[in-house]
Ligand binder design. Structure first.
Ligand code: GLU
Length: 204
């Protein structure tokens, strides 16, 4: 991967549930530690990182004894509330090995549509970064269901990137990259190697 390490820049890094769990069996502490080590290495290069992490549903399922992902949104929301506790505990203890603190930030898409909430969220995140704290963002699954239903936090990570005017958004996933369609339902989905924001305007 060829990425520029621009000291003083801010990155948003999104870690998907599949990168934190072993075959969907709750969150694996050693996997969390591995990602934390990588983020700390960036931090030491002078890059400030906002982490957007899912994994609450996966961990909550394990804790409550679900062997399959529940279909009911109400059940998924309750499961996420249980799992979120351990998700943040794991990040906090992992970052503390490197003497860094974390902060839990739960957001919704609607929060970022309201001007007042948008400014409050931005100010809080910027203040946390100025304290050298690593914000750990997830969707507030108790009050909304956008990412539980569709996103695994990809959209939320993009919104946070705009919110704090971060220079880089890194979406870490178990997929090879941006695909033309959902590869789990369309076997003909192809990898898009390079796509520029301006391509969208041209195809419209
Ligand atoms: N906010 C959810 C989580 O942390 C999104 C991902 C999902 O639905 O599995 O688990």
């Amino acid at each position: 991967m060829n990425v520029e390490y621009d000291a003083g820049s801010t990155w948003v890094i999104k870690v998907g549930s599949s990168l934190l769990t072993n075959h969907g069996e709750g969150i694996d502490r050693s996997l969390v530690s591995g990602w934390v080590d990588d983020i700390v290495a960036l931090h030491r290069k002078g890059i400030r990182v906002v982490l957007v992490s899912s994994g609450a549903v996966a961990e909550g399922m394990q804790r409550l004894g679900f062997t399959r992902r529940p279909h009911s949104l109400q059940v998924l929301q309750a499961v996420a509330a249980v799992g979120q506790m351990r998700l943040v505990e794991m990040y906090e203890s992992s970052f503390q090995r490197h003497e860094l603190h974390t902060a839990q930030v739960l957001l919704t898409h609607d929060d970022l549509r309201s001007r007042e909430r948008y400014l409050n969220a931005r100010n809080t995140l910027k203040q946390l970064l100025s304290f050298d704290v690593v914000p750990v963002v997830n969707e507030n699954d108790t009050v909304v269901t956008d990412e539980i239903q569709f996103g695994d936090n990809d959209t939320l990570a993009a919104l946070v990137t705009n919110l704090i005017e971060a220079q880089t958004l890194l979406l870490l996933t178990d997929q090879p990259g941006l695909m033309t369609d959902n590869p789990s339902v369309n076997a003909n989905a192809e990898l898009v190697r390079l796509r520029r924001a301006s391509d969208l305007e041209r195809s419209e």
